[in-house]
Design a binder for this molecule. Structure first.
Ligand SMILES: [Fe+2]
Length: 356
């Protein structure tokens, strides 16, 4: 009897492994000069909710994230890898360079809801750009609490994320859900990193979801702003300083003007510490403003339904267009070129910036 039980236990264990399939990644996060974490997501099964009367049945995958972290890597070097037990699941990434050599990165965001458009955006990035890393401006999925949406996101992103480093920011549609924290190995959703001569600061602008009370939300924002100022102070020797966040401080979307006073209130600090440019999302279009020497880009054309650009702020507007797109940034020494591209590769706008 004991032997039969043992055999059944082994059989069920084998069955569990056999049912496992990779439904996310591989993708590489936390990349700097000497370290990186390879991540992937495994589905071990499906849970179906059956409702009385058969209305509203729903199923969702059982997901777990797996990862491996590396340290002691060589800066500015391309590494290839394959996942254990899946020799055909391969990827590559490049570590951040030690010196300010030329590099390219892509910024895009708001990839939720229209999966076919999101797929076209990823195909266009792969076709028209060759970034070392990509930065996502948030709203990766429509509902970060819904387990069924993450495998769709990662399936669409597969050909891009298996060959670049990924730096996400938290959008309101992630709902501050634990799955975002698990899948991107996040301890604090605001962070900074260096790449060549560039310093990148990623903020969590979604304060509406960080806590249940106004007092706690205010405390959270106060601490984040304190951290931001300290980080800006310490990055003054970089050639370029970039901020990335989901909610924009400015917008041409008629019904949304003045929606994000917490972000608008940061603009004097950006000026004080000589920010080069900010990249934001949340509004599903392309917008570019130049205000007191700082470039503000909104790149939320990654798949979510497009929004209008009816009311561009006077005096500072460089370009607005309601169109699906992505942004490619080329950094070369003291010069940077920002190319906003439509999905057919045609430019919406090209902006030259110099280190100052
Ligand atoms: Fe949003």
């Amino acid at each position: 009897m004991t032997k039969i039980l043992a055999a059944l236990t082994v059989l069920s264990a084998v069955q569990a492994v056999a049912d496992d399939k990779i439904v996310g990644g591989p993708y590489v996060i936390h990349v700097d000069q000497r370290s990186a974490t390879v991540h992937w997501i495994v589905q071990s099964g499906t849970v179906t909710l059956t409702s009385q009367g058969g209305k509203g049945d729903k199923s969702a995958p059982v997901l777990r994230d797996e990862k491996v972290s590396f340290t002691g890597l060589t800066p500015g070097t391309t590494f290839e890898y394959a996942l254990p037990g899946h020799a055909d699941v391969k990827g590559s990434f490049k570590t951040a360079p030690k010196d300010p050599v030329p590099f390219q990165f892509v910024v895009y965001g708001d990839t939720r809801t229209r999966h076919e458009v999101h797929r076209h955006v990823v195909e266009a990035i792969v076709k028209y750009a060759n970034p070392e890393f990509v930065v996502h401006t948030g709203d990766l999925v429509a509902d970060g609490a819904d387990s069924s949406q993450w495998p769709i996101f990662f399936d669409i992103e597969h050909d891009l994320l298996r060959k670049v480093a990924f730096f996400p920011s938290l959008g309101n549609h992630e709902r501050n859900n634990q799955q975002y924290y698990e899948f991107f190995d996040v301890t604090t959703p605001y962070y900074s990193f260096n790449w060549g001569g560039g310093h990148f600061i990623v903020l969590n602008s979604d304060i509406g979801n960080v806590a249940s009370s106004q007092v706690l939300r205010d405390d959270y924002w106060k601490e984040q702003v304190r951290w931001l100022e300290e980080d800006l102070q310490h990055s003054q020797s970089a050639d370029f300083r970039f901020v990335i966040a989901h909610h924009p401080p400015l917008t041409a979307v008629e019904r949304r003007q003045g929606d994000n006073p917490h972000m608008a209130a940061l603009m004097p600090m950006f000026e004080k510490y000589n920010l080069t440019a900010g990249f934001f999302g949340h509004d599903h279009n392309y917008q570019h403003y130049l205000r007191n020497g700082i470039h503000y880009f909104i790149t939320g054309g990654g798949g979510a339904p497009l929004y209008d650009v009816k009311k561009p702020p006077p005096g500072i507007t460089q370009k607005v267009e309601s169109v699906e797109h992505f942004v490619v940034v080329h950094v070369d020494g003291k010069k940077a070129r920002v190319e906003a591209l439509r999905l057919d590769g045609t430019p919406i706008e090209v902006t030259e910036m110099v280190s100052h």
